[in-house]
Write a protein that binds this ligand. Structure first.
Ligand code: GLY
Ligand code: MN
Ligand code: MN
Length: 459
């Protein structure tokens, strides 16, 4: 893979993305032409307070501009291939608090656009564009009240969001580089937490080590709330309390990833607090690692994600049969969906500007419990970035109903299961980019159980 630092020396490829979006629109509306209009999120104060809310750029705007500023607008004239960014002018009142804003010249240098104007020019420019372009494409609910499309013959509010969301599924090399850099920072953060765990007394300390590491690398935003779950809390998939003592617990499940210029990393590691897995924890860890390694080995362009997810379940069933937690015929166990009680979520999801990124076409209404939470359905295209995150969990809330249901209870040996509740849950999560011949793993934090034990023991 190209070095991400080298790739990131260029500008964020907003115009390449605009062309991809037009290509998508033309698959639905052949010969479509006109103006694409998007705007950034607005800076906003908290209710009853003079402090600004945390600002997170709107995805559609960032995708076309690479610009992190609030209160901006953007037009792209399809026929002339001209991208224009509109930025706020200097507001003398705010300079004392916020410093000078970017000038149009600086913005032209920074972003992949052909022209930069002030926001006071947006409506005039839209009127001018409407004299040669019939259609304006915009996203419903993402157009300010003071923006006027009156001069356009046609206002299309139905296709642009779909076009952007689908275009986002296949990443440009620059986007992959951002995700790879976020991964490099988060991977080192995970390793820093592993090195602290033996000396820490509660989950918050581990959370803070990860945040400190990422902030020191200028990645102060998290892609999602850090999950630092010790002991049985690891069976809660999105546990975010992170305030419990570590004493008396076996393992920590750390699911944490920073965001870099709007692009996410999403990494999970599970490791023993003492530096040594118990036999039960190690056995479960090794099954989950086998699930992950074998699934990653299957990946390449054109592979059906549903099939990879099924493979993860089959390996989980084999492993749980070996441990004696499951019993009976493995095909029957698979068909009865008993393994869903131990691995209730999907194998992974697209990753990009959203942690659970767009374009995966999930079916949350699927009647088949094995596939209901699979956030990507169908085949994988080259250039997609996806998480591979198998897990095995011992969650009473989920397993107890399976023990009461005659369709599944006959496959579970409760007396063996009894020894595993304190394992809590094991998840191992990496981020990979799909290629024509395989995949490249962007996550570099160690996951071999012996290596993890050695690192913790030596810390
Ligand atoms: N960190 C959220 C997830 O893995 O989906
Ligand atoms: Mn994930
Ligand atoms: Mn995760």
């Amino acid at each position: 893979m190209a070095s991400y630092e080298e790739t990131l020396k260029a500008k964020y490829p907003g115009k390449l993305h605009a062309k991809k979006v037009v290509e998508y629109i033309r698959t639905k509306i052949p010969d479509a032409t006109g103006v694409i209009y998007v705007e950034s999120k607005k800076a906003k104060l908290h209710e009853d307070c003079d402090q600004e809310e945390h600002f997170r750029q709107r995805r559609s705007f960032y995708y076309l501009t690479g610009c992190l500023l609030p209160d901006c607008h953007y037009t792209y004239d399809i026929s002339t291939d001209k991208a224009t960014l509109y930025i706020p002018a200097v507001d003398a009142e705010s300079v004392i608090w916020s410093g000078l804003p970017l000038s149009p010249e600086e913005a032209l240098q920074a972003y992949d656009v052909d022209d930069v104007r002030y926001t006071s020019d947006v409506n005039g420019t839209l009127t001018h564009l409407a004299s040669s372009a019939k259609t304006v494409f915009a996203v419903p609910g993402q157009v300010s009240d003071d923006i006027t499309f009156l001069e356009f013959d046609d206002k299309n509010l139905s296709i642009l969001k779909e076009a952007i969301d689908n275009s986002r599924a296949i990443k440009s090399p620059y986007e992959v580089a951002l995700i790879q850099k976020a991964n490099a920072i988060s991977s080192a953060g995970h390793q820093a937490v592993m090195q602290r765990v033996k000396h820490a007394s509660h989950e918050g300390e581990l959370h803070s080590v990860f945040l400190a590491h990422c902030t020191a690398q200028n990645a102060k935003n998290m892609a999602y709330d850090v999950i630092a779950a010790s002991g049985r809390a690891a069976a809660t998939l999105h546990y975010v309390r992170n305030d419990q003592a570590l004493a008396g617990k076996l393992n920590v499940l750390l699911d944490a990833g920073c965001e870099l210029d709007c692009y996410a990393s999403d990494i999970t590691r599970t490791f023993p607090i003492s530096g040594k897995f118990t036999p039960e924890s190690r056995a479960v860890y090794d099954i989950v690692l086998r699930m992950q390694n074998e699934c990653i080995a299957m990946l390449k362009e054109g592979v059906r994600w549903d099939d990879v997810h099924e493979t993860a379940h089959r390996i989980a069933i084999d492993g749980l049969l070996e441990l004696g937690i499951l019993k009976g015929d493995k095909e029957e166990i698979f068909a009865s969906r008993t393994s869903v009680a131990f691995f209730p979520h999907g194998l992974g999801h697209y990753l990009g500007m959203d942690t659970h990124d767009t374009g995966g076409n999930p079916n949350y209404a699927d009647q088949d419990s094995m596939f209901r939470y699979l956030r990507k359905r169908g085949t994988l295209p080259a250039g997609a970035v996806i998480t591979v995150e198998p897990g095995i969990y011992f969650c009473k809330f989920i397993i107890e109903p399976a023990l009461k249901d005659s369709a599944t209870s006959k496959y579970i040996d409760e007396s063996v299961l009894e020894k595993y509740w304190d394992v809590g849950g094991v998840r191992i999560e990496d981020n990979v980019v799909i290629t024509p011949t395989g995949c490249d793993n962007l996550t570099t934090v160690i996951k071999d159980a012996d290596e993890i034990e050695k690192l913790i023991a030596s810390s």
